[in-house]
Every structure is written in C-alpha cells, then in structure tokens.
Design a binder for this molecule. Structure first.
Ligand code: EPU
Length: 419
C-alpha cells in the first residue's frame, strides 16, 4: 500500500505550474466519440481518471497515440461496439459522458453505473430526463444504464437542479440531434465552456455556454483534424492558493485563468491573505495566521465545493470560529474526522461544519476519504508540526498530476513510499 509521509511545518514557497482541468478532460475525451475522424488533445492532465477514460475509449474501438505525457491523438473512426466495459465505467463518475456521446453518434449505448467519490447521493435523474426529452429510452438496472434512440430531436429542457454533469451530457447528446436544443438553468462552470469550445472547434454549433441558457443547434457531423488544448484546472490552482494560505507561504501559481478564481481570491483576501493577479498567474501569500470566515459552497461562480476541504484546513488554523455550509453535496465533511486526529476543533453535522481555529495542527496517520479530502490532508500535513502519513492515495491520483513533486518543489518534506 502506498502512503505519503510529510514532515512539517513548512511554509510553501516558490512556483507551481497548473495542469489541464480534470473535469474538462474527462468530458472532452468521451466527446471525441462524436467525431468521425482524428483529433489531438493537448494539456491533458496525466491522472488516473484520464488514463481510465482513454482505456474505455480504446475498448469501444478508438485508437489512441500518446504524443507526450500530456497530449494524445485519438482516432474515433472505427468505433465497434455500443457496450462500454462495465468494470471500467463503474470505477469513476465521468464515464456517464459516454452515454450522451454514444447516444448521439450511435443511437445505442450501455455503461456501468458511474462510480466516483462518495459524497452522498449522486442521482442522475437530470441526465436521464434530458436524454428522454430528446427522444431516447433509458433503462437502469443490473448495475447498468442502457439508452437507445431511433433519432434525437432538439427540444427545450429545464434542469430542475444546476448540474455540471447533466448540462454537459445533454449538450453532448444534442450536438448531432435534429433541430435546436435549449438547456435552461444550465451549470456555468469553466469546464462547461471548455467542452462547448472543444465541440465548436470540431464543427458543433453551441451558443451560450457559461450562461444559464445554452442553445445547441444540431449539426450533421463533426470533423476531426484539429488540435485542442484543455483549459487550466481551476481546482488545482485553488488548491495551491489555499496551500499558500494554510502554510503561511508565498506561491506563484502559473498557467491559470485568474477570472475563474475570483470567488477563491475574494475569500483568501477576506481571511488575511494577499493575492496578486497577473492575468495568467497569481501570487498568493499569507504572512500571519488567517482569520475566520463563513463559507457557503455554490455552483459557479460561487465558492466551489471542490475547494471546500482545502479551505477547511485554512479555517482550522484560523483565528476565531468559522462556519462552512456545504451547498452541493450531502456528505463532504468526512475529511474533518481526519483533521480532528491532527488536533483541529471541528463539529460537523449534515451540511454544516463549525471550525474553532487552533494555532497549530500536529502530524498523525490520516486517510483520504475522497479526492479533494486527500489534497486537503496533504496541505494539513505540510502545515502541521511533526509527521503525517496520508493513506488511500488512489483518490488523490485520480485528480492531481505529480502532487507530491509539486509540493516538494515548493519546499515540502514529502515522499511517497510503498509499504
Ligand atoms: N444532481 C441531481 N440530479 C442529477 C445530477 C445532479 O440531483 O441528475 C445533484 C447532485 O446530487 C448534487 C448537485 O446536483 O447535489 C450537483 O451535482 P453535479 O451534477 O453538478 O455534479 P457532478 O457532475 O456529478 C461535477 C464534478 C464534481 C463537482 C461537481 C460540482 C466531474 C466529473 N465531477 O460532479 O467534482 O464536485 O460537479 O461542481 O465533473 C471533484 O472533482 O472532486 C468532484 C467531485
């Protein structure tokens, strides 16, 4: 079993370069199934969710060539089956994007029930509602989702809840449908804009991505022969911003889109950090102990749920008492149990947690309960006095490329060992 051993406290200092966005990449890869041709995708994060997506595409008949560790060329001309491998698709969440893409391309698809981080109930009713409104029949049972459509016809779909996954999936299904599809109450995250930009580069006609009304005018086909570069990862950038604050460090975060980080920047300034904005990079520093703040996670442009645990570490160490209200997931405070082992004073109940700031954390063996919880524990271990051992690294490897190397380059004493 692998674990990270971190000895702290270390104020993180130096430069870090952000990779492409996980949540854009895991949607763009299945979106290539809409193309009957070849395309190249650059700035792909080299993480296990991307490797898994590539494996699934290969099982469906795609040919993938790695140009370097962050670039692939993918040929989707010979997709040979409509059955996506159940064992692989049920390992992570974003496998559900194969449904939208293959329904559009092939009119028939079966995938395993999507897995992913355990953050409470993760229904997919809005995805199914969208597919059915476009004319598909969807059957869920025996651990699989099967969708079939003779033809898909554009229509107006109102999302009952703001959902990243359902917005992207319906967009994928509508790209080759007959006529115009309108998604109302759409999610607005940067990765939704990125998937729309990718599809438009390939010949789709999608307007309004990034607002809450997206219009997709169906086109006959998408062409290949194009190169697309994935948007920088807003959540990875935010993770290092909060690492700078929690460790009282000073980090230049390169290759990010600072506009995507406004809600995080505002909160960091509120708790006493300094953020200098250079357009495609940010310098974040914090000279003294952060101060308390209240946070509510919301869909973009609100404070992202995927940075809630990392912010929880900074608030555990803040002066005063803070409250975090989790607005997206039912169960995203599991990491607080681990921080408590390190001396944090947190009371979590349902979707609310109260953080009574302490002036230091102390090293302890801790377990990642999900991807962002794992990143938070690495930050906590770097800020804490003594030795922290972080277990369950498979969660972290799903979404962060070379995380320990990036922390080490910023001065952290961190190593990965295999027990
Ligand atoms: N929801 C429904 N019905 C649906 C879909 C969603 O009720 O059909 C609810 C969910 O239960 C949740 C809320 O709507 O309460 C938002 O869920 P959403 O669909 O937006 O989440 P997702 O698409 O499953 C993506 C990211 C998550 C991130 C959320 C919110 C990917 C692969 N995953 O999940 O990322 O937390 O959006 O921003 O894009 C992570 O990267 O660590 C991660 C968990």
């Amino acid at each position: 079993m692998e674990k990270l051993i971190i000895t702290g406290p270390t104020p993180l200092k130096g430069e870090v370069t952000i990779n492409g966005a996980k949540n854009a990449a895991v949607a763009i890869l299945p979106a290539t199934l809409l193309i009957d041709g070849i395309c190249t995708i650059d700035n792909l994060p080299n993480i296990s969710d991307v490797q898994l997506s590539c494996k699934i595409l290969e099982k469906l008949g795609a040919k993938i060539t790695w140009n370097n560790k962050n670039s692939i060329t993918i040929d989707t001309r010979n997709i040979t089956t409509y059955k996506a491998p159940l064992d692989l698709t049920s390992k992570f969440r974003a496998s559900y994007y194969i449904l939208g893409s293959m329904l559009s391309r092939n009119g028939e698809i079966e995938v395993g029930m999507p897995g992913g981080c355990k953050l409470g109930a993760r229904p997919i009713d809005q995805h199914i509602k969208g597919f059915e409104s476009l004319g598909a029949k969807v059957t869920v049972g025996n651990g699989t989702i099967y969708a079939k459509a003779k033809k898909l016809t554009g229509t107006s779909i109102y999302m009952d809840i703001v959902s990243v996954g359902a917005t992207i999936n319906v967009m994928l299904a509508a790209v080759l449908a007959n006529g115009t599809t309108t998604i109302e109450n759409a999610a607005k995250e940067p990765h939704i804009v990125d998937v729309a930009n990718f599809l438009n580069t390939m010949g789709a006609d999608i307007r309004g991505a990034g607002t809450d009304v997206i219009k997709i005018n169906g086109v006959k086909k998408l062409h290949g022969n194009t190169t697309y570069s994935v948007v920088p990862d807003q959540i990875e950038a935010g993770t290092f911003m909060l690492a700078a604050v929690a460790t009282k460090g000073d980090i230049l975060i390169k290759n990010c889109i600072t506009k995507h980080l406004e809600s995080i920047t505002a909160k960091i300034v509120e708790i006493g950090g300094t953020v200098e904005d250079y357009g495609d990079s940010l310098r974040v520093s914090c000279k003294k102990r952060p101060t308390k703040a209240n946070i509510k996670t919301l869909p973009y442009p609100g404070f992202p749920t995927d940075l809630q645990p990392q912010m929880g570490v900074a608030l555990s160490l803040a002066e005063g008492t803070s409250i975090i209200n989790e607005g997206i997931w039912e169960s995203r405070f599991q990491y607080t149990e681990e921080l408590i082992k390190m001396g944090a004073k947190i009371t979590a109940h349902g979707k609310t947690a109260i953080f009574e700031g302490v002036d230091k954390l102390s090293g302890a063996p801790v377990y990642s309960t999900d991807l962002r919880a794992g990143a938070a524990l690495i930050i906590a271990g770097t800020a804490a006095t003594g030795t922290t051992e972080v277990y369950n690294l498979e969660h972290i490897d799903r979404g962060y490329e070379n995380i320990e190397e990036k922390f080490r380059n910023l001065g952290a004493k961190i190593e990965r060992v295999n027990e």
